[in-house]
Design a protein around this ligand. Structure first.
Ligand code: NDP
Ligand code: BG6
Length: 513
C-alpha cells in the first residue's frame, strides 16, 4: 500500500515486519507460501531464481512457513535438485556468518516434482505434494514460469486448473518474451486471462528491480533541484544505453527469433524511459504509477524506420584470439539478418517533452558492458564563460549520468574553475559512487521482484495496457525491417558498434556520451 511504501522509503519497517502485517501469520492459522519454479532444470532458474530465493531466506525476508518446488520434465530426485541448486547459491558479503547452516536449512525446504507442462494430472500430483507441505494452513501459491514462451499457456492452464490454492492467493510470474509483436502479445494476454485475472499475473521486467532504476523516482520526486529541470526547457536529449561485451553464445536459437530491439529496447530501455519521463503520479500506489507510465508510452510516436540503425557483430581476431560472428553460432540460421545492435531516436509528443530526442542504444559483443541513463542539459544562455571552453561548446553543458550497472553511480558533470591564479575551467563530476557511499551490497533485481510478488506489490511489474502501448511503438518498424529485409551494418566483435549510430545521433544534434 501507499503507506507501506512510504514507510519503506523511510526505512521504518523491515520486509519481514510487513509480511506479518500483510496477514501471513495471523490468527493461529498461520499461512504458508509455496513457490513453484516451473522449468527448474533451466538456465534462469539455476542462475537467478534459486539464488534470489536463498538470498531472501538468508535475509529473513521469506515468511516462516514456505516451501519451494522445482517442476520440469527432467527426471530428478529432491536430493539431485538440492545438489544442483547448492552449486549456485552464494552468501552475501555483508555477513557471511552461518552461511552453510542457512543453506542447509534452505535446501531442506526445496523439493522437486517431474512432470509435463501440459498435463493436468501431473500438476494434480504437485498439488497433492504441496498440500502435504502446507499442512492444512492457508496456502498462498506463487508459480514462476521459467520456461520457453511456447509452453506458457499450457503450464498456466494446468497450474491454475489443478494446482491453484483453494483458500489463499495464487499468483504467476511470467518471464519475457511477452509475444514478439502487438498481435502475438495480445493473443498471449488473452490466453492468460482465460485462466488468470490481471491481478494474478506478474509480468517481470528485471530491469525494474535494479537498484538505480528504482531510485529514479526518488531522485526526481524527492529532490527539489531535479524536477523543475525535467523538461524540454532544460533538457536537450536523454540517452538510454545498454551494452554487453559478449555475444549471444548459447542463446542464439532464442535470440534469432527476437533480436536486440525486442530483447532489450521494447522492454528494459522503454521501461526506464517511461519512469524517467512520466508525470508525477498521484501516489506511490502501483496503479497510480502504472497509469502515468502508460500515459507517457501512449504519448510517444511509433518508431520510424529512418530513426533506427541496426547492426550485427562479425568475427574479429584480437591478440591472437578469434571471436565468433553472430552467425557462427550453430543455432543461428545461415545468413540471418537479426540485429544484435540497434540505435533509435524516439519522441514523446506531450507538452513536457516536445522535440526532445530520447536516444536508445543497445548491443551485444561490444567493447564494454554497462547500462546507463545520460541526461544532457542545454547550454547556459549567454554564458559568461563560453570563451573559456574554446569552440567546443558541447563540452560546457551539464550532464547527469545514472549508471545502472556495473559499479552503480549517479554523477553530475558541472563546470568548475581549475584551482589556481588564472581562469581556467574544466568539467568535473559531483559524484555519488555507491560502493564508496554505501557499504551494503546491492541486492539482485530478482530478489526484490520475488519479494514484491510474494507481498502482492505490483508496482514493478508490467500491466497489460503498458505492454500493449510498448508493442504499438515498436511493432510497425519491426515489421518493416523484416519485410524489407534491411541488412544490418556489420561491426567487429568487441568494437564500439556501427558508425551509423553516430550519424543517427548527429541528425538530432546529439553526441553519444
Ligand atoms: P531454458 O531454455 O533453459 O528452459 C527452461 C526449461 O524449460 C528447460 O530446462 C527445460 O526443462 C524446459 N524446456 C526447454 N525447452 C523446452 C521445450 N521446447 N519444450 C518443453 N520444455 C522445454 O530457458 P531459460 O531458463 O534460459 O529461460 C526461461 C525463461 O526465462 C524463458 O522464457 C526466457 O525467455 C526467459 N529469460 C531467460 C533469461 C536467461 O538469462 N536465461 C533472461 C531473461 C528471460 P525440462 O526439459 O526439464 O522440462
Ligand atoms: C535479458 C536479455 O532480458 O537481459 C539478455 O534477454 C540480456 O539478452 C539480459 O543479456 C541482461 O540482463 P543483465 O541484468 O545482466 O543486464
Amino acid at each position: 500500500s501507499h503507506k507501506q511504501l512510504n514507510a519503506e522509503l523511510l526505512s521504518v519497517k523491515s520486509p519481514k515486519e510487513s509480511l506479518v502485517e500483510d496477514g501471513f501469520e495471523k490468527d493461529g492459522n498461520e499461512s504458508t507460501v509455496s513457490i513453484t519454479v516451473v522449468g527448474a532444470s533451466g538456465d534462469l532458474a539455476k542462475k537467478k531464481i534459486f539464488p534470489a530465493l536463498f538470498a531472501l531466506y538468508y535475509e529473513d525476508c521469506l515468511p516462516k512457513h514456505f516451501t519451494i518446488y522445482g517442476y520440469a520434465r527432467s527426471k530428478m530426485t529432491d536430493a539431485e535438485l538440492r545438489n544442483m541448486v547448492s552449486r549456485t547459491l552464494t552468501c552475501r558479503i555483508d555477513k557471511r556468518e552461518n552461511c552453510n547452516e542457512k543453506m542447509e536449512q534452505f535446501l531442506k525446504r526445496c523439493f522437486y516434482h517431474s512432470g509435463q507442462y501440459d498435463s493436468q494430472e501431473h500438476f494434480a500430483v504437485l498439488d497433492k505434494k504441496l498440500k502435504e507441505q502446507e499442512g492444512g494452513r492457508t496456502s498462498n501459491r506463487l508459480f514462476y514460469l521459467s520456461i520457453p514462451p511456447n509452453i506458457f499457456i499450457d503450464a498456466v492452464k494446468c497450474a491454475s486448473l489443478s494446482a491453484s490454492s483453494g483458500n489463499g492467493w495464487t499468483r504467476v510470474i511470467v518471464e519475457k518474451p511477452f509475444g514478439r509483436d502487438s498481435e502475438s502479445s495480445a493473443a498471449l494476454t488473452k490466453s492468460l486471462k482465460q485462466y488468470l485475472t490481471e491481478d494474478q499475473i506478474f509480468r517481470i521486467d528485471h530491469y525494474l528491480g535494479k537498484e538505480l532504476v528504482e531510485n529514479l523516482s526518488v531522485l526526481r520526486f524527492s529532490n527539489l533541484i531535479f524536477e523543475p529541470l525535467w523538461s524540454r526547457q532544460y533538457i536537450r536529449n536523454v540517452q538510454l544505453i545498454f551494452s554487453e561485451d559478449f555475444g549471444t553464445e548459447g542463446r542464439g536459437g532464442y535470440f534469432d527469433h527476437y533480436g536486440i530491439i525486442r530483447d532489450i529496447m521494447q522492454n528494459h530501455l522503454l521501461q526506464i524511459l517511461a519512469l524517467f519521463a512520466m508525470e508525477t503520479p498521484v501516489s506511490l500506489d502501483a496503479e497510480d504509477i502504472r497509469n502515468e507510465k502508460v500515459k507517457v508510452l501512449r504519448s510517444m510516436r511509433p518508431l520510424q524506420l529512418e530513426d533506427v540503425v541496426i547492426g550485427q557483430y562479425k568475427s574479429h581476431t584480437r591478440g591472437g584470439v578469434t571471436y565468433p560472428a553472430y552467425t557462427d553460432d550453430k543455432t543461428v540460421p545461415v545468413g540471418s539478418l537479426t540485429p544484435t545492435f540497434a540505435a533509435a531516436a524516439l519522441f514523446i509528443d506531450n507538452a513536457r517533452w516536445d522535440g526532445v530526442p530520447f536516444l536508445m542504444k543497445a548491443g551485444k559483443a561490444l567493447h564494454n558492458k554497462g547500462a546507463e541513463i545520460r541526461v544532457q542539459f542545454r547550454h547556459v544562455p549567454g554564458n559568461l564563460y563560453n570563451r573559456n571552453f574554446g569552440t567546443d561548446l558541447d563540452r560546457a553543458t551539464n550532464e547527469l549520468v545514472i549508471r545502472v550497472q556495473p559499479d552503480e553511480a549517479i554523477y553530475l558533470k558541472i563546470n568548475n574553475k581549475v584551482p589556481g591564479l588564472g581562469m581556467k575551467l574544466d568539467r568535473s563530476n559531483l559524484n555519488l559512487h555507491y560502493a564508496a557511499r554505501y557499504s551494503k551490497e546491492i541486492p539482485d533485481a530478482y530478489e526484490r521482484l520475488l519479494l514484491d510478488a510474494i507481498e502482492g506489490e505490483r508496482r514493478l511489474f508490467i500491466r497489460s495496457d503498458e505492454l500493449d502501448a510498448a508493442w504499438s511503438l515498436f511493432t510497425p518498424v519491426l515489421k518493416e525491417l523484416e519485410e524489407k529485409k534491411i541488412i544490418p551494418e556489420y561491426y567487429p566483435y568487441g568494437s564500439r558498434g556501427p558508425v551509423g549510430a553516430h550519424y543517427l545521433a548527429a541528425r538530432y544534434n546529439v553526441r553519444w556520451g
